[in-house]
Design a protein around this ligand. Sequence first.
Ligand SMILES: Cc1ncc(COP(=O)(O)O)c(C=O)c1O
Length: 389
Amino acid sequence: MSDLSKMNLQSFDWAQSIATPAYVLDVAALKRNLARAAEVKREAGCKILLATKAFALPAAFPIIREVLDGTTASGEYEARLGYEEFGKEVHVYSPAYAPGEVERLTKLAQHIYFNSPEQIEKNLAAIRKHPGLKVGIRVNPGFSNATLGGALYDPCAPFSRFGATRDMLDRVPWDEVEILHTHALCESGDEGSVGLIEHVGRTLGDYVRRVKVVNFGGGHFINRPGYDIGKLIAAIKAFKTEFNVDVVLEPGAGLVVDTGYLVGSVLDFHHNDKNIAILDASASTHMPDVLEVPYTPKVVGAAEPGQKAHDYILGGKTCMTGDIIGEYSFDKPLNVGDRIIFTDMMQYSFVKNNTFNGVPLPDLAVLDENGEYRVVRSFGYDEFRHRLG
Ligand SMILES: Cc1ncc(COP(=O)(O)O)c(C=O)c1O
């Protein structure tokens, strides 16, 4: 946290006057991240899709569309979002499809991935009605380098429900299949990406030779400091040369890491052996990964407890005792109305939020490159009410 404690608070002047809570996309930061994605695409000669499960902000799509090849969805609604709001290619994978979903998806997506040979067989009639449709099979490569949350975020953990295991691969109707898909990483460094690509080449080569495209999934944390994209580029180039296939990556988090904030305000204080500041931003409703992973997000101008003069536990106002974002220290005592700026809040945040306890949903906002702050969407009672029938 020490790096952020030295951050110049002047540059966050915009946050002092905005309505809170608000998720704020920093367009300049997004463009920096996209520039690295563009370099990977250009140098490796691969495609990159946005995994909308991680970040689905249509207001940002015109910027992302300039660089990426399309979106990848987790089911019908995300596929429709990609089709209607992003354009370009739409890919979709779900471990199971609801009745009629595949048929409906054929109108939205040009690339549909299945979880097992049996699932492909079951949907052959729908597939064959659409000759242009590209069929993918998700394969569990039995390799993982997930750096986050242990088995919770490891797609290849024991008994994982994701992807055909090795023993199923000879039953795959390979003549119907154009894409071999593996998603095995989570917040992985270059060693994870390269390890996966080499592992697939080494252990699944016979199957790779039967397809035209290999999709190495998400989890490539290409914008994390220290990730050497040169190594990823070299591994993709070597793989393409060896197998004569096209390569696709579909990161989510790695495209939007460190590109925005969740800004909350101090509503009130409580004291129970420690100082507690209660915010209008909540871990339970607005930052579920803080509790799920779990992790403690960074706060602009704050340090770890004990490092600065004034310690506070920051918590939300829900009834859940564990709705605690973390414990921090500040140079000055906090006051009601002070803005608390949580960093790195674009990935798996607003796409997962909820209205538990009737807590209002944060605004969705954009900080443009010229410093202008724009609210894209505000939410009120109606959003809470309509979800309840
Ligand atoms: C199939 C698939 N593709 C892509 C992603 C995106 O992963 P990340 O946001 O970690 O890059 C996920 C994440 O769960 C996934 O399940």
